[in-house]
Design a protein around this ligand. Structure first.
Ligand code: IVH
Length: 674
């Protein structure tokens, strides 16, 4: 090797290293070396390229440095959570949204909606106190954001002061990079959204300043005095305060107008200088918004109507099955890689056995692939004219990857046979177990940063983790020997795991992944069990029987959920694993959300229809005021609220017998000052 070649080789190696560090920082948000080590490497590369200008041809450093790994930003609790949005993909989805809103509010008249382009960027919340910007946060996990004030203040479009505004006001909006500006950053990031995210989270705000970030405001968080009546007024006021408001925002009423509006924006979409992936529709009346409230993840008063997905054609080379965390068997088509809307796709879901039969999908078929938003690409249809003569019908395997037979269950509510086959072995099936572990570490569960799906796959392969409690007993010395793990990333992982071992009871219940127990049901169960000690009684067969009987009293818990809990805990391996997990955790008692509420600690039930609000709104209000909603009349019930329209006589009689307090619809409104 000549001297020149040696230098080139050294340069190449160092560039590869730097790229790897950049990736682990930006893509995985998990820096694997310290700042100083990174800086040293960067300096070495700069020196080399200065001394030997020909190296620039191999890789121009301007494109890959300057993105210094960040120290973690300080986490700050959002005064009001930053929720995400439910999605609609077609007209039916929007009709359904409108219907739900009207039902909840118990009104039949037209509803005004504020229509706003959904900018595909990074959301941020800006807090102003006495007219001055005091700090700005990233969305984070919705409850805690990161303090990225310095970086946000580099954005020229964000006002630093607001004239004549409430003492406290938080303005929320989307940070983005224009498509034209992105052209210069193409080598560093996959798309404008990643570029905006990466730039916003730079450690050094001088680096952020170099990147032309922009901002659109779309809403507010905390406000000390409510001065707006409508979302559209709010946007106008934000505009007066000099916030950029998207020019395509408008107010709309009928579903037909929504469809027209959707088409219009979709047509001009590619000509806009920012990425838009749909339209957000928000109930315009803020009083209605307040009444509608939100579920655990998203407001009931808003929806994102996504633009139609992009399609492409490809060929199925193989059909394989995947096992999900509930044992669900999903067939997946392996296809010749094809770009669908800028993303290379080589897998597409086939949903289930029935779907394959209905569409008669076979290996070797030419198919249409569709990708919509963040949803997994799917096989839409088969072009049978391109099918070869000797193609054979696909026979769906009736065994799980673990080798055991799968089952199609019969739904307890609809009495219909499920379309999905399942492996029902829980943790006894290695394939289900691995997915359950991925669920445990996921964002809404234990939320362990640095322990994502890929890492779980790797640790599973290496037998570092076989059951949930292993996460809390990792051998870090062994991990340190692995490629891609450095001192810093191990320190971060240790810290994240330690922090996550303090968990609230309801989150814990959600995390262990009992089928049919999502976040909402986990909260209901958390409120019922209150302590981990009581929850542990589920491990005892006799006690479990009594507990399960009592669960029927809870609103939202029925046959399906009770059977699923029974199935979960009667599986010995599941039970052992969960007990062993509990022994390494510190599970906090369930916190009553509203201790001081007017109905605190009361059990309440509703019967009949109400005149001024829907049953769902009545329930939501009762819960906000600290009550627990029961699903049947029992001794435990404190109040039975009787709506004016068709209450159930039997329930009233039974409540009278048990000396439960009865409350009329009018008294209910009085109680809530409505
Ligand atoms: S409203 C509770 N309005 O979409 C309401 N969001 O999945 C939540 N977004 O995180 C936000 N444009 O980053 C709202 N006009 C708009 C928006 C918008 C873009 C983003 C935002 C949010 C995500 C919702």
């Amino acid at each position: 090797m000549t001297e020149k070649e040696k230098i080139k080789e050294e340069y190449r190696e160092k560039v590869q290293k730097l790229l790897k560090y950049n990736r682990s920082y930006f893509e995985r948000d998990n820096p694997i070396i310290s700042d100083s080590e990174y800086d040293k490497l960067k300096q070495e590369l700069l020196n080399l390229s200065k001394k030997h200008p020909y190296l620039k041809k191999i890789q121009d450093l301007g494109n890959i440095i300057g993105s210094k790994p960040s120290v973690k930003f300080k986490k700050v609790k959002h005064s009001k959570p930053m929720l995400s949005l439910a999605n609609a993909f077609d007209k039916e989805g929007m009709i359904d949204f409108e219907k739900k809103v009207k039902n909840f509010l118990n009104i039949s008249s037209q509803i005004e909606l504020s229509s706003e382009p959904k900018i595909d960027g990074i959301s941020a919340s800006l807090r102003y106190e006495n007219g001055k910007l005091v700090y700005g946060l990233s969305r984070g996990d919705g409850t805690f954001g990161e303090n990225i004030t310095e970086n946000l203040t580099t954005i020229k479009e964000i006002p630093k002061t607001l004239p004549n505004c409430p003492n406290i006001i938080e303005v929320r909006g989307e940070v983005y990079i224009g498509k034209k500006d992105f052209e210069n950053l193409k080598d560093k990031f996959a798309n404008p959204r990643n570029a905006a995210g990466g730039s916003l989270r730079q450690k050094d705000s001088k680096e952020t300043k170099k990147i032309p970030l922009k901002f659109f405001a779309y809403g507010i968080g905390e406000i000390s005095s409510s001065i707006f009546k409508n979302q559209s007024d709010l946007l106008k006021k934000l505009k007066n305060w000099n916030f950029p408001i998207n020019q395509h925002c408008k107010v709309i009423t009928s579903i037909d107008a929504i469809e027209k509006n959707h088409k219009e924006l979709e047509e001009i979409r590619s000509s806009l200088d920012y990425d838009v992936d749909g339209i957000v529709y928000k109930v315009n009346d803020l009083n209605f918004q307040d009444r509608l409230g939100s579920t655990s993840n998203s407001p009931r008063w808003a929806i994102a109507y996504k633009f139609s997905s992009v399609k492409a054609y490809s060929k199925i080379t193989k059909i394989v099955i995947q096992v999900g965390r509930t044992g669900a068997i999903t067939p997946v088509a392996k296809i010749d890689p094809v770009t669908v809307g800028g993303v290379v796709v080589s897998n597409a879901t086939l949903h289930n056995e029935d779907e394959i039969n209905r569409k008669d999908i076979r290996v070797g078929d030419t198919v249409t692939i569709q990708r919509a938003g963040d949803v997994i690409p799917q096989v839409l249809s088969v072009d049978k004219s391109k099918r070869s003569e000797n193609s054979k019908k696909f026979i769906f395997p009736n065994k799980c990857l673990c080798g055991y037979p799968t089952k199609k269950e019969i739904s307890l509510t609809t009495k219909k046979t499920d379309a999905v086959r399942r492996c029902i072995r829980g943790y006894e099936c290695d394939f289900t177990a691995r997915e359950k572990l991925k669920h445990i570490v996921s964002k809404d569960a234990f939320d362990i940063e640095g322990l994502g799906k890929k890492v779980i796959d790797n640790f599973w392969k290496l037998k570092f983790i076989k059951e949930p409690s292993d996460i809390f007993r990792l051998n870090y010395e062994k991990i340190e020997e692995l490629e891609g793990w450095g001192k810093l990333s191990i320190k971060n992982l240790k810290k994240a795991i330690k922090e996550s071992s303090n968990i609230s009871l309801d989150k814990f219940i959600y995390s262990i992944g009992i089928r049919h127990i999502g976040q909402e049901n986990a909260k209901i169960l958390g409120a019922f069990f209150k302590t981990d000690k009581k929850f542990s009684e589920l491990f005892n067969i006799k006690k479990r029987k009594d507990i399960l009987k009592n669960l029927y009293d809870l609103d939202g818990i029925g046959d399906t959920q009770v059977k699923s809990i029974e199935d979960f805990f009667s599986n010995q391996k599941n039970s052992n694993f969960i007990q062993s997990l509990m022994s390494v955790l510190n599970i906090d008692d369930f916190r009553k959300i509203n201790k001081k509420g007017k109905l605190s600690n009361k059990n309440i039930m509703f019967t009949g229809g109400f005149e001024k609000m829907s049953r769902s709104e009545a329930k939501a209000l009762a819960e906000e005021n600290g009550a627990k909603i029961l699903g049947s009349v029992s001794k435990k019930l404190d109040y039975l609220v009787i709506g004016n329209s068709k209450p159930t006589k039997k329930k009233i009689e039974k409540a009278k017998d048990l000396k439960v307090d009865l409350m009329t619809e009018d008294k209910w409104y009085d109680l809530l000052n409505r």
